[in-house]
Design a protein around this ligand. Structure first.
Ligand code: A3P
Length: 310
């Protein structure tokens, strides 16, 4: 595997002072550790028809989606004072397919008999059994400009660089050239979008901004889609509202477990996954020219899809 990976096109992000290198594998840029786990998952992961995949490009709301899905699926077993989300980082509660430690996390999943598994893999790179088993797939996507800013800060903090040593303009340029974690971002979204048109009963697309502006109907859609719809009585008793409040940024970002620690072997601390969660933070970073350029690129890629990523 080492030889195969070394032969792939590589890109080291200069603005991270060489801390982050991506490899181009099956048309997408992936870090080495994720790539190895990705290849192993493609070779050996056997999905069950009951598995529910929570898919996303990084920085689009993965952490939020995982907490919501976990709280929905486990709501009869745990309440807000007993849920593992209080003491375990959500990426440990819901394992990630291409984490190097996936085997360890698979054990956690089996022990909790949890159907959920997260992945950043593009649709075209998912292990074959995910498609052939007709697993449910939920895909979250987000306004590209906020993703660029979020992605910049995530890599910058992972590289332990202050903003003055990590020029945003360079990170922006790279992103526009498709070089980002699991980028090009447009192609990532388009892959799941196309698949959702072909297999609408198996793939649900959620938009981060919609989840923010109308959490109740989107959380209900999510619950129904993954086979755990809320009953009338649950709704009346405030179960949906409680889940939304518990998984909200305000609560989650203030939990001790999310303010400290990091996953084994990761350069990213748990707190990096909870930054600002603001729509439109890009306005604090983009020049007019950057806005025009990214809008133009996005228009070109998304013409005729009806998808709005701006
Ligand atoms: P910002 O960097 O814009 O703040 P991911 O989970 O895919 O890595 O995405 C991280 C982004 O989602 C970050 O965005 C983070 O702050 C935001 N986020 C994390 N938890 C959230 C929550 N509970 N509600 C809304 N946004 C959340």
């Amino acid at each position: 595997m080492e030889e195969m990976i070394d032969a792939l096109p590589q890109h080291t992000c200069g603005w991270t002072k060489g801390n982050i290198t991506f490899y181009k594998y099956q048309e997408f840029w992936i870090s080495k550790s994720h790539l190895e786990a990705n290849i192993l998952a493609q070779q050996s992961f056997k999905a069950e028809p009951s598995d529910v995949f929570l898919c996303s490009a990084p920085k689009t709301g993965t952490t939020w989606l995982k907490s919501l899905a976990f709280a929905i699926v486990t709501r009869e077993r745990f309440d807000k004072s007993t849920t593992p989300l209080l003491t375990k980082f959500v990426h440990e509660c819901v394992p990630h397919l291409e984490r190097p430690l996936v085997v360890e996390y698979e054990d956690i999943r089996k022990n909790l008999s949890l159907p959920l598994i997260g992945t950043h893999l593009p649709y075209s790179s998912l292990p074959e059994s995910v498609i052939s088993s007709n697993c449910k797939i939920v895909y979250i996507y987000r306004n590209i400009k906020d993703v660029i800013v979020s992605h910049y800060h995530f890599l910058r903090e992972g590289s332990k660089l202050p903003m003055e040593d990590a020029p945003f303009e360079e990170a922006f340029e790279e992103f526009c050239h498709g070089v980002s974690a699991y980028g090009p971002y447009w192609d990532h979204v388009l892959g799941y979008w196309k698949a959702s048109l072909e297999r609408p009963e198996h793939i649900l697309l959620l938009k981060y901004e919609d989840l923010k502006s109308d959490p109740k109907s989107n959380v209900k859609r999510l619950a129904s889609f993954i086979g755990c719809p809320f009953s009338f009585n649950e709704e009346e008793a405030g179960v949906v509202d409680n889940i939304i409040r518990f998984c909200g940024f305000e609560n989650m970002s203030n939990l001790e477990v999310n303010k400290t620690g990091k996953l084994k072997g990761s350069i990213f601390e748990n707190r990096f996954f909870y930054r600002k969660a603001k729509d439109g933070d890009w306005k604090n970073y983009f020049t007019n020219e950057m806005k025009t350029n990214i809008d133009k690129l996005t228009d070109e890629k998304f013409t005729g899809t009806g998808l709005i990523l701006k």
